[in-house]
Design a protein around this ligand. Structure first.
Ligand code: FAD
Ligand code: MLT
Ligand code: ZN
Length: 506
């Protein structure tokens, strides 16, 4: 007999857990019963549900910060099954959280209390590839890396690339409107998603799967689901416009003395390389040092470390003037902007340099508990917020001298898109008191800084649970009013990913 519900965690315990965020379990939601589980099992079959210990990986997140208390994971195989699930959940007022690869960084894809997890891993079929227009149509649970592999073999690529590509799913990418490293060249998923299918609470299917590039027939509803973080409905299929795979790719990693020099490199890259520019990324010395030491990577500059680094990648179908050496020259070696640089000579070197940049996130999570901020800021604030945060911590009487010494503050990110990732990390995960004091000081400081600078509290990771209470720092009262109205239209009982994005939506 399959193990169903364990009664170990009472709702009162669950309510206490999120007391600091002023979140209480919505009392209008039903509590899952064995009868409900039997109904879902007869709908999806025995392989379509997880209960007992098998649910646990779905209750926690990659940053080790968010832990929910779901008792059930549903794994539909078809849109019809998703529709039936959302009809049952809406009728019974059972709250539900969509979960893709569970790589999100803002506590969006885990349950907060006892919500059912709706998992898309069995909806992973590529449906069609239109070679004339370069449009791939697939199910929401396709892993991003698998789409890259499939498209590369056909001479195309996915316009989206990011460090979590081995685990994240295209449905999760769309739900977060993920940015990644090639945004500067290929733009956002709003720009590249030409068709979308979504299911809303109650079970209606909004079928807008199409490969038509142009369709001006009134409101374009798909855009509401892109970036909604699963709060309006479940994305089940999509059609994505894909560019041809460039024949040549060159990557240059340069080191600089000051952040102003990095900004000059960005300007120079944009002017000199314009149409072939594929990525301009940034990391500071702390990010480089931590990644090399935590992950045991080889330093491209032997043992030398520098205050700042920029990565510039170009890609083209014409092998011409932009040879690796010429690329380095164009970036400003002549103007003394660069202390030292390396240009990848082959695919192995290229992927080694990219690995250093893409694994910064993993390196800090390995080092310890990490506060992560994903901000859009104007160039004059891009690194100032990192320096200022470091200052605020070093001047604060909240921490002892030893604690201050152990706190790492770093900045890295997609400088070509004005998107900085500010991370504040302490070693290990055991000191809960230090974690609380740190987030107590730094959250308020950083989000207030961003509000005053008219930046965005979420450039690409989304709002999730982490930033729901700060939404009004980047969105006006009137905009939040209409966001809530839209939520009510699609999800009148508020069962879709509750407590996320909109702080007090019912
Ligand atoms: P999940 O984490 O499972 O879910 C994310 C959100 O989407 C949740 O709110 C969830 O409810 C919702 N959701 C998931 N699937 C669906 C669906 N089918 N229908 C409706 N809602 C759904 N992000 C970037 O933007 N750029 C980066 O460069 C980047 N790099 C990363 C590097 C690492 C190492 C890691 C761990 C994460 C990185 N991320 C980055 C964050 C994360 O990978 C992205 O947000 C990604 O798009 C999440 O996809 P996922 O499938 O894991 O979604
Ligand atoms: C990145 O750009 O590396 C990702 O967004 C992950 C992170 O912010 O750490
Ligand atoms: Zn990023």
């Amino acid at each position: 007999m399959k193990q169903f519900l364990s009664r170990s965690s009472s709702l009162t315990t669950l309510q206490r857990r999120f007391a600091h965020l002023n979140i209480l379990r919505n009392s209008s939601f039903a509590t899952l019963t064995d009868k409900d589980i039997t109904q879902f099992e007869s709908l999806l079959g025995p392989n379509g549900i997880l209960t007992g210990d098998a649910v646990e990986p779905h209750n926690s997140d990659w940053t080790k910060k968010y832990h929910g208390h779901s008792k059930l994971v549903l794994k539909p195989k078809t849109t019809e099954e998703v529709s039936a699930i959302l009809r049952i959940c809406d009728d019974k007022r059972l709250a539900i959280v969509p979960q893709g690869g569970n790589t999100g960084l803002v506590g969006g894809s885990q349950p907060v209390f006892d919500e059912i997890v709706l998992n898309f891993s069995r909806m992973n079929q590529i449906i069609d590839f239109d070679e004339s227009y370069g449009i791939i149509t697939c199910e929401a649970g396709c892993i991003l890396q698998d789409l890259h592999t499939y498209l590369n073999a056909k001479g195309y690529l996915m316009p989206l690339d990011l460090g979590a590509k081995g685990s994240c799913q295209i449905g999760g990418n769309l739900a977060t409107n993920a940015g990644g490293i090639h945004f500067i060249k290929y733009n956002s998923l709003h720009a590249n998603c030409v068709g979308l299918e979504a299911v809303v609470p109650g079970g209606r299917v909004l079928d807008n799967i199409t490969t038509l590039r142009k369709d001006n027939t009134g409101y374009d509803l798909k855009h509401l689901f892109i970036g909604a973080e699963g709060t309006l409905g479940a994305i089940t299929k999509c059609a994505i416009l894909c560019p041809p795979l460039p024949k040549f790719r060159h990557l240059c990693l340069v080191s600089c003395r000051s952040f102003e020099q990095v900004l000059k490199i960005l300007r120079s890259a944009k002017h000199e390389l314009s149409d072939i520019l594929q990525a301009v990324e940034f990391m500071d010395g702390n990010a480089m040092e931590t990644t090399l030491s935590q992950l045991n990577f080889k330093n491209p500059f032997e043992s030398r470390l520098y205050p700042f680094y920029a990565l510039v990648e170009v890609a083209s179908n014409r092998e011409g003037t932009e040879t690796p050496d010429r690329l380095y020259e164009l970036l400003g070696s002549a103007d003394d902007l660069i202390i030292e640089g390396v240009v990848a000579q082959d695919e192995t070197q290229l992927s080694h340099i990219w690995q250093i940049r893409e694994e910064i996130a993993s390196a800090y999570i390995k080092r310890g508990y990490t506060l992560k901020y994903d901000l859009s800021l104007a160039p004059e604030h891009f690194y100032k917020i990192v320096d200022d945060t470091r200052d605020v911590i070093s001047r604060s009487p909240t921490f002892t001298a030893n604690e201050k010494h152990s706190i790492a503050v770093t900045g890295y990110g997609h400088i070509g898109d004005g998107n900085v990732h500010l991370n504040v990390c302490i070693p290990g995960y055991d000191d809960h008191d230090l974690q609380d004091r740190l987030s107590g000081l730094v959250d308020g400081y950083v989000f207030e800084y961003v509000r005053k600078a008219r930046g965005s509290v979420s450039a690409e990771h989304g709002v999730g649970l982490q930033k729901a209470q700060y939404l009004n720092y980047s969105k006006s009262e009137n905009m939040i009013h209409y966001m809530k109205e839209i939520k009510r239209v699609f999800d009148p009982h508020g069962i879709m990913n509750p407590y996320k994005v909109l702080p007090d939506a019912k």
